[in-house]
Design a protein around this ligand. Sequence first.
Ligand code: S3P
Length: 173
Amino acid sequence: MSAEDKIRNGENIILIGMMGSGKSAVGKELGCELEHRGYKFVDLDEHIEKHHGKIADIFATRGEDDFRFLESNALQVFTDKTRIIISTGGGVLKNEENISILRQLGTIFYLQAPANVLYERIKGDIGRPLLKSFNEFEKTLEEREENYKLADHIVDAQRSPRDVAQEVLRRWN
Ligand code: S3P
């Protein structure tokens, strides 16, 4: 099925990848590209924050397990929706059940880049509670990569969000 047919059917686009891979920026670009076709961009982290407060506070007061629970629940909200582009949090596949929810939601794109490139983009960001030393970041990426690669498409994220968004649309066919 061509991308045009997919857009006509309102199929969703899901972006996954590590912190700093540009999921939100690319999602916004895709949202602009497809707005005139009725598409909307949804940032899953923002959705969680809207309902439950800042992510850093959720981690600090309730812990990561609770956050993961809220994250899975947030995903479920969108399973009956069409015409959305969703950017997910970098740890969304820590809960393996989420992969089947994501598959149900739409076509999954993994925005891939090396750990050093990603880390340079986001180091020092206090809004990301799991962002610690480079070594830990690199280890986390290694642990997660196998699951990220379950995506339908792997896209090189070492470009501008606009270029990555164009690549996503090309690969959607
Ligand atoms: C996380 C990534 C964050 C956010 C939370 C946990 C992770 O999202 O969901 O801090 O486990 O990698 P981004 O990938 O959008 O930074």
